[in-house]
Design a protein around this ligand. Structure first.
Ligand code: 0RQ
Length: 513
């Protein structure tokens, strides 16, 4: 009684996590569920890490490649990275142990757009997917699977893997059944058809995963919550950034460039993103919608207050308090939230059609509007590009936001030339810091430089940026995007800046300690 594995034949596959982990061969490509701390397998990766550790101690080589939806949790990335069990990882990660291995050159990492992952696997670009390890909320009598708190790439893993291990987690609220929309209309070029989604609330698929039962080699029953990290209330800086964005959106509505209820919102993860949502809660906009990747606390509040009518995402990323609220009112949320595969939540075609308003964080921007979301000093990776590129390039309007300085003002987040480019000047329309907002639409590179320096840079760096720009204008060989290459990275090469950047690097290199 109580088992969520309703299919009788499949009950014979129920086993312990270590028995399941023993079925994963060395060198295999393993597709795991998990997206920003939700819906990741809770026990098999840790059991596998234990097995790998024991084998390494006996002098055997054992590594696997791990493909996921996005970041996961210490029980997956953390456990496997700690025992040096990952050969190659893709896509987005944000785990301290993973990050440290990657930056030490001990783990390979392929950072790609989240919307690309599923199709690259279907195209065969990464080779064969050997095993899928996927968390679900239940197995129906007919063998279909009830999805969990994130969808990510699970549909693709289940379709493409030779073998499947399921974790059936009975902590997941059973009333979530029906909150998912799994689209089975994708095909390979040249046979693709338009994706029939024209508003964020459209259902275009099925509430369950299809799954070939003959591929299932193990089922592990688990009983653990998602990572659910706490949420810090917005600080003054993120409140200022949010304020600039809200004022700008109101201005756009007044100009007739956006409807009064705006356009579907996408918001990255983190506290600034949550601050924008908190600002919207107080603001004048009604009947909002979201077409986003991750549903954080802020959006849940907007739904609850009746400010937002509907949110489409691929994953939840909630604080423990928000999880409690969600579970109390799951019937309410089930009418207003849909989770989709990430190739649909992040699909360029759909994002372009809906006219999404994209808001993402960054590490630094340069005076011409190129954005670095991933690297410190061009060589140490922080997390990854995630879905920011999927949204930025295809959005109706794309915002990138950051405090104007980092490390107590020792580093300027507005620089002459970014040390790594994730979003080119062509994909960035609005840059926002606590100092102000630069609307780059329709501006030439030289006009962009003026407004970015004037509106976004911190006053303590503004004169130096201005001087760089003015001298470049005189000395640069080309006058379209004036630069002095011998000084383009001078901001990061000052004694003070190097020291501060090294502090950030020390932290991200020491995740194994
Ligand atoms: O490091 O904690 O050691 O001091 O970078 O910076 O200000 O805490 O910013 O948490 O919002 O993260 C771009 C990383 C911003 C994130 C990034 C240092 C700073 C600190 C973090 P410390 P903050 P946030 C949807 C969209 C890519 C993926 C994405 C991200 C640390 O937003 O990963 O957008 N984005 N996905 O001190 C040196 C600078 C710095 C700097 C900040 N200029 N130089 N260090 N730092 N600026 C979600 C998904 O796709 C899943």
């Amino acid at each position: 009684t109580g088992s969520r594995v309703l299919n009788r034949a499949l009950r014979s596959k129920i086993m312990s996590a270590s028995e399941a982990a023993a079925l994963i061969p060395a060198g295999s490509n393993v597709g795991m569920s998990g997206f920003t701390g939700s819906g990741y397998p809770k026990e098999v990766p840790a059991a596998l890490a234990e097995r790998i550790n024991a084998l390494h101690a006996d002098g055997f080589d054992f590594k696997i490649s791990v493909w996921t939806g996005a970041s996961t949790a210490p029980e997956l990335d953390g456990a496997l990275a700690a025992v040096d069990g990952i050969e190659m990882r893709l896509p987005y990660q944000s785990d301290p142990a993973c990050r440290a291995r990657i930056n030490a050159g001990q783990m390979d990492y392929i950072d790609i757009h989240l919307s690309h992952v599923a199709q690259f696997v279907w195209f065969g670009f990464f080779g064969k997917l050997d095993v899928a390890v996927v968390e679900v909320a239940g197995v129906l009598e007919d063998g279909r699977l009830v999805p969990a708190t994130s969808i990510g790439n699970n549909k693709t893993w289940l379709d493409q893997a030779d073998k499947i291990i399921l974790e059936v987690n009975n902590r997941i609220n059973p009333a979530m059944e029906g909150m998912h929309d799994i689209y089975y209309g994708t095909a390979l070029p040249p046979h693709r058809k338009p994706i029939p989604l024209v508003t964020p609330s459209d259902r275009i698929g099925e509430p369950y995963f299809r799954c070939d039962p003959s591929k299932i080699i193990g089922i592990v029953e688990t009983h653990a919550y998602d990572r659910n990290s706490a949420f810090t209330p917005p600080d003054e800086t993120s409140r200022l950034i949010a304020g600039h964005i809200l004022e700008f959106l109101a201005h756009e509505v007044k100009k007739g460039r956006m409807p009064e209820n705006l356009l579907p919102l996408q918001s990255g993860v983190g506290n600034t993103a949550n601050a924008v949502m908190a600002g919207l809660e107080q603001g004048p906009f009604e009947n909002l919608t979201a077409y986003t990747e991750v549903l954080q606390d802020g959006m849940l509040h907007l739904l609850k207050r009746g400010k937002m009518n509907f949110a489409s995402a691929t994953a939840f990323s909630l604080s423990p308090e928000a999880v409690d609220d969600f579970n109390r009112d799951v019937e309410f949320y089930r009418e207003r939230v849909l989770l989709r595969p990430q190739e649909i939540s992040n699909h360029p075609e759909v994002i372009r059609r809906l006219g999404v308003i994209a808001m993402n964080g960054m590490i630094e921007a340069d005076i011409y509007g190129n954005v670095n979301s991933t690297h410190i000093r061009g060589s140490s990776i922080m997390n990854g590009i995630g879905g920011s590129g999927d949204f930025a390039r295809n959005a109706y309007l794309s915002f990138f936001m950051t405090p104007s300085t980092a490390k107590n003002g020792q580093l300027s987040c507005i620089v002459p030339m970014v040390s790594h480019v994730d979003h080119t000047e062509h994909d960035v329309q609005v840059i926002v810091t606590e100092q102000g907002l630069a609307d780059l639409r329709g501006l030439t590179p030289k006009q962009r430089a003026k407004v970015i320096i004037q509106n976004c840079s911190h006053p303590s760096y503004r004169p130096a940026l201005q001087a760089y720009y003015e001298r470049s204008l005189r000395e640069s060989p080309g006058r379209h995007t004036p630069h002095m290459l011998n000084e383009a990275f001078s901001f990061i090469q000052s004694w003070k800046a190097e020291k501060a950047a090294m502090e950030v690097e020390k932290a991200i290199h020491s995740g194994l300690a």
